[in-house]
Design a protein around this ligand. Structure first.
Ligand code: O2Y
Ligand code: MN
Length: 602
């Protein structure tokens, strides 16, 4: 397809403005075809931006610049008209000021490069829950990743010409090539020139200077969460940082569960889990994002707006996530910042193979005996190395994962990483209490962070870096969802897989044994499993959570299934301080829930 074949005049004039400003050498309209993907990937092999792997099949390897390895929250902005609408948890810039700066930054930004125009759908194209976008980018790496992660098709341009709305996404790596300037394998701009910006009122995203993940694949965190939360607020639905799984009991009954955990807490592992309890089955709908709308029956129906998985490679193994390994091993994947093996494959920490020699993610030779400056074994892959892989290749993908009407959600799970205080599973008494649990989600600050060790880092609904508007208004939106007439709401649970004993050992085995918790939750949704009411919510009644075959000492069971009253009391001032940040925007229902907790704890 050529530029002149685009039917929507509004799209053409928007594109023309950016072409005039960025002055690319040429413009390519992406169609999502295998042929075009292969052409672009081959081009990247020629320029040295991709290495074609010998295994898995049809897969590529990329190494980023060492300064461009992850999302940059300090350079991420919500550019709402009013600063107050961005709220205390986001960086803000005035839209006119930001756009004036972009007028300078983007001037000639694509000189010597190709501008790719990517029409894409978040969600199955015909789904009433799906939304469309167009991303302009000068990065062929972004094109290949977007083809895996979203549904790229020129059909979207026809839908837009016929009146469908779309989110305007603009991206440049910020590394023009004037004159004879040579290109480099991973062009990007220095951190002080990077911008990941969102214009919620006009549904626009503009990203400059980074080629990595969430900064550049604009369908993911920028659209599917930051802009979509605003759309969801305005239209009465939910855009959430949640995996979606299908749980089937030995009797063949099915329930769908959506779960919010902060980044790097094992969402992909849970979404693809292999249950240890006989007869139970987990299948995957999505591993990171859920969009949910009410169906005519009053239930919330969820789609996974993505088409692939952009998973953290280090830590992924046949033990931690065999189904993710099987997915990438089928090929058609991109590996970024992993290590390279001498036989043309990839490797990362905890990978099942034990190599003697590698080329690390920074092109240096690596052997297992090498030590880093901290005296620990030197890492061959970057800790945020990623695989990009098609969801349809997952051996446990549920057949209905692309059902346009979505799947009805029975339970929401919230959770963080808590060594202390928080029990294995706690069921909210009602929706308001569930929103309280989501709004107070937290993890302990780890030793990797110098300041505030032992303190809690709150990450409400796992949305701290991803909510596109004031977090207090977002809490209110969750409460409003619960008040919708005729709503048949999911039950809400708070889980903690990470509780530890005094000597530091994990009290709960995790991984496939988390199916035991899912089984209890399934029973609670059915009305068959029993709970005991406590000060903090409903915990499994004695003997109700299936521990068959596990050897968990009595003392550990006590910690997992009872309320640490003194521990909770110590946490209360931290919740007070967390809530104080939202000022007058803190919904009164949540202040009331905190009072109830204080009263219950005595
Ligand atoms: O580092 C990045 O840019 C990726 S962030 C990411 C990717 C996939 C799923 N979740 C996340 C996240 O940060 O939550
Ligand atoms: Mn995520």
């Amino acid at each position: 397809m050529e530029f002149n074949d685009i039917k929507a005049p509004e799209v053409k004039s928007w594109l023309q403005q950016w072409i005039d400003l960025c002055t690319p050498d040429k413009v390519v309209i992406c169609d999502g075809s295998q042929k075009q993907y292969d052409e672009i990937a081959n081009l990247m092999v020629k320029t040295g931006a991709f290495i074609k792997l010998d295994k898995p099949a049809n897969s590529y390897y990329a190494r980023s610049d060492k300064s461009d390895v992850a999302r940059v929250e300090s350079r991420t902005y919500i550019c709402s008209e009013k600063e107050e609408d961005a709220g205390p948890t986001n960086h803000w810039k005035a839209p006119a000021e930001m756009k004036a700066e972009f007028n300078e930054l983007f001037k000639g930004a694509m000189v010597g490069r190709t501008m790719y125009v990517i029409p894409f759908s978040m969600g199955p194209v015909e789904s009433p829950i799906a939304k469309y976008g167009i991303e302009i980018t000068d990065s062929p790496y972004v094109v290949c990743n977007m083809v895996i992660m979203t549904r790229v098709s020129t059909i979207i341009l026809d839908k837009i010409a016929a009146g469908s709305e779309y989110v305007k996404c603009v991206h440049s790596v910020g590394y023009p090539l004037p004159g004879d300037t040579p290109d480099i394998p991973w062009p990007s701009a220095p951190v002080e020139k990077k911008y990941i910006t969102h214009f919620p009122e006009t549904r626009e995203i503009i990203s400059y200077g980074s080629g990595y993940g969430g900064n550049a694949l604009l369908g993911k965190k920028c659209f599917a969460l930051r802009i979509a939360t605003v759309q969801a607020r305005d239209e009465g639905w939910l855009a959430e940082h949640m995996l979606i799984l299908k749980l089937t009991s030995p009797e063949g009954e099915v329930k769908y569960v959506a779960a919010a955990f902060p980044s790097a807490c094992g969402k992909t592992n849970l979404a693809m889990m292999e249950p240890t309890i006989p007869g139970w089955k987990v299948q995957t709908i999505g591993d990171d994002i859920a969009w949910m709308k009410f169906g005519e029956d009053g239930r919330l129906y969820a789609i996974n707006p993505e088409n692939g998985f952009f998973g953290v490679a280090p830590g992924t193994s046949m033990k931690s996530n065999p189904n993710a390994m099987r997915t990438v091993n089928k090929g058609n994947s991109i590996f970024t910042n992993t290590a390279l093996t001498p036989d043309g494959g990839v490797w990362w920490e905890d990978h099942d193979d034990k190599p003697d020699f590698l080329i690390d993610w920074q092109r240096r030779p690596w052997t297992p005996d090498m030590k880093g400056p901290d005296g620990k074994t030197k890492k061959a892959a970057h800790p945020n190395a990623r695989f990009t892989t098609p969801a349809k290749q997952c051996p446990v993908i549920a057949p209905e994962w692309e059902d346009p009407k979505g799947v009805p959600i029975s339970a929401f799970l919230f959770g963080g990483r808590r060594k202390t205080v928080v029990p294995l599973v706690n069921e909210a008494r009602d929706w308001e209490h569930g929103v309280f649990l989501g709004s107070t989600m937290a993890s302990e600050v780890t030793a990797a962070v110098l300041e505030g060790q032992g303190k809690l880092r709150f990450d409400p609904f796992a949305m701290l870096p991803f909510c596109g508007y004031h977090m207090g208004d977002y809490f209110q939106h969750w409460l409003n969802i619960g008040k919708k007439a005729g709503a048949k709401l999911p039950k809400i649970f708070y889980v903690n897989w990470f509780r530890r004993g005094e000597d530091g050992h994990f009290l709960w085995p995790g991984y496939g044994d988390n199916s035991r918790v899912l089984k209890w939750i399934f029973g609670r949704c059915d009305g068959t499993a029993k709970a005991k009411e406590t000060a903090i919510g409903n915990l499994p009644a004695d003997g109700e959570l299936d521990l068959t075959g596990l050897n968990i000492p009595e003392e550990d069971q006590k910690a997992l299934f009872s309320v640490d009253v003194e521990g909770w009391k110590e946490v209360l001032p931290e919740i007070d301080a967390h809530y104080a940040k939202f000022g007058a925007k803190l919904p009164k229902e949540l202040a009331k829930q905190l009072d109830i907790l204080k009263k219950n704890l005595g």
